[in-house]
Design a binder for this molecule. Sequence first.
Ligand code: 4UU
Length: 549
Amino acid sequence: MVFKSSHADLAIPEVDIWTLLFERHEKEWKDDKELFIDGETGSAYNFTQLKSTALNFGKGLKSQWNWKKGDVLGIFSPNSIDYAPVVFGTLWAGGVCSTANPTYTVKELAFQMKDSRVKGIATQLAMLPTALKAAQQIGIPEDRIILIGHDRDPSGKHQHFTQLKSTSLLSLSYQTRVDPKKDLAFLVYSSGTTGLPKGVMLSHTNIVANVLQFSSAEKRSGLHCMGGQDGKGDKQLAVLPFYHVYGLTCILHATVWDGYQAIALPKFELEKACKLIQDYQVTFAYVPPPIILGFAKHPIVDKYDLSSLKWLNSGAAPLTKELVDAVWERLTIPTKQGYGLSETAPVTHMQSVLEWAKFKGSVGPLMANMEAKVVDLDGKELSVGEDGEIWVRGPNVFQGYLNRPELAKDTFSECGFFKTGDIGHSDAKGNFYITDRLKELIKYKGFQVAPAELEGILLGHSEIADACVIPAFDRERSEEVPRAYLVMKEGVPRTDEKAKELIDWVASKVAPHKQLRGGIRFIDEVPKNPSGKILRRVLKEQAKKEDRV
Ligand code: 4UU
């Protein structure tokens, strides 16, 4: 059967993101309060400042960099309130943003920037050396590396994004027109169901649709914008990284569309987060499960008054019922859940605060304009209560993987459903439950780890004959961690010291979230089917037994 959203379809306007956020909505603001506030310095952008800063940047791109429709800007930065004008200015100028994890190594960054063919990179001073090395490797001129954030370049070589100036040429002062359905707004990177990270092509319409679908779903959770009746409005903690699709749509875009206030933190530190919640009277936060764990269990939380919080929303990785209960016992606030993927811009399912207690463990019902199927391995449709792969269809589903048209036939069904690679079911009321993952992907703290990438690195080691990486489970922290099963070349000792040496060796080559936190196990042979495909399931089952999952 096809599961359809129980919510009435929303009209998704055929407009680009800039027009939706900055033109359609402007007149509705009752005031001009701050939208993005820097949690560390208190500096902020209100709507008017955000719009003018973004416009200046967009005009600067056109004037100084001869920016054309479809040109891509790499953004390599932790959360900063400047992320907003840089993204929206780039979109105004017809550009596309390729957002990268700020903890990437030179190699990881160079891969993404080259793959998405960026024309420049916006970064922060602390990451400038990495950005410069990556830029040099892929032939991006030094003056195309610009800074965002508070720090300026002491050498004066790299402009701050606010220094890009427009000329007075009238032709450059207009927004670059795009076709919202076809033209891209973002390239976010995901490994999808298999292989190395790939550029997920998100069009303007994908994001516009998801902002509206998501905003409409969240209204059921009692949020109101700052023009709300009591004049106070809701405030959120913006700790999810903006480079990841969850933070990108649900915070960066939704803040502007719904007029919430977002208090931005460059990285999650529990005590800082608690202090900001207390000081700013934050009312809600989108977070991944490890942060929920912090709120539920960490002693530091007791030092702060978090009574302004109305609820937390968890997503990006599985959440246990026990954690939801633990948050309720400690803070008396609901933890609801959402589900989504980079490929769906991202949210497809969202629980409302009215449903959290009745359907704990559920990721909620389908959002408006969404349909889903649950299918078995042969693609046969299953019905209520039966576990299978979840397929989804809707206006937020992406345009395919960049430069990889050959993947379309495995990614989409014949009738245009996107195959998520996640396993789950729906109950009779339309609440979905994610129970397992069919695809290779590992989620560490909500961040993607592609086993194929780690296997590639491991196979480059002179002592390793074969490798398979799978998700293990860290029971104490309640999260997935990458574990490697290795076949060593003859004569190499299979000792704890060797394992530690290899773990450190991998750590020196990858961003911190990809480290082999699940350890290394030495085996005689990687299980494979007759055609040589790794049978990850076998090792996953072995890991489950060992980790008592
Ligand atoms: C079990 O992680 C994301 C998007 C997350 C998101 C979550 C809730 C966005 C909005 C929201 O409200 O994207 P990716 O591409 O990094 O990873 C996608 C994968 C899914 O395929 C699934 O395996 O992350 C996993 N995942 C979840 N797993 C995402 N949400 C959940 C969830 N429970 N709630």
